[in-house]
Design a protein around this ligand. Sequence first.
Ligand SMILES: CC(C)(COP(=O)(O)OP(=O)(O)OC[C@H]1O[C@@H](n2cnc3c(N)ncnc32)[C@H](O)[C@@H]1OP(=O)(O)O)[C@@H](O)C(=O)NCCC(=O)NCCS
Length: 192
Amino acid sequence: VTGAADSRAQALEVRLRRALADDVDFLAALEQDPEIEPFLAGSRARTRDELLLEVERSLAEPESRGRFLIEALAEGSWRPAGTIAFEGTNRRSSIAWLGGLAVAPAWRGRGIGVASMRMLAQLLFEQLGFHRLEAEVHAFNERGAHAAESAGFVREGVKRRAYWRHDRWQDSIVLGLLVEELSDSRAQAGIS
Ligand SMILES: CC(C)(COP(=O)(O)OP(=O)(O)OC[C@H]1O[C@@H](n2cnc3c(N)ncnc32)[C@H](O)[C@@H]1OP(=O)(O)O)[C@@H](O)C(=O)NCCC(=O)NCCS
């Protein structure tokens, strides 16, 4: 899936492709980056072995889970800029979790995170038939919550004292995006 990130500073082309075994070193470095790790779910895959398993499952069950590389076009070539994921969580009601998002610090603030969420939502709604996407961020992660809202997600509630993180119970914010809400966010993203 290809799209355009925010063009306030300069137009930036972004694409998503399924991660391969060769991408695991990049993914492991990203997950362990001190500017990324503190914001991630405590249970998220971090080690090389855990990430390799996740990549293999993404390739083996492409309709029910995915681990993607976010790539940005710079000086004529596609560069790894981050990662995003999904997992089907309720088959009967066609619900998927969208998350596992991280943008490398060097690429931040250029609309890549928002564009990636919109592109993955487009894939999940239009090609895989999901009707509702759910995302969740720690309440202390205002930047993550804001990025999800910019992508079109709506705040639906707060899970109080839900997760043990940074030596205390943390609230989490639950957000949702419905299939009929995608067209608005696509128009804003400039995705054709
Ligand atoms: C969250 C993250 C993915 C955003 O990536 P990004 O490419 O820099 O995001 P974008 O440039 O697309 O947009 C970020 C939005 O948040 C806003 N923002 C930036 N810092 C912020 C802050 N401290 N508080 C609130 N909003 C903030 C930006 O202004 C922008 O808003 P806009 O869409 O209204 O212009 C990136 O910061 C990251 O990888 N963080 C660590 C991991 C993480 O938190 N993942 C998400 C939860 S799992």
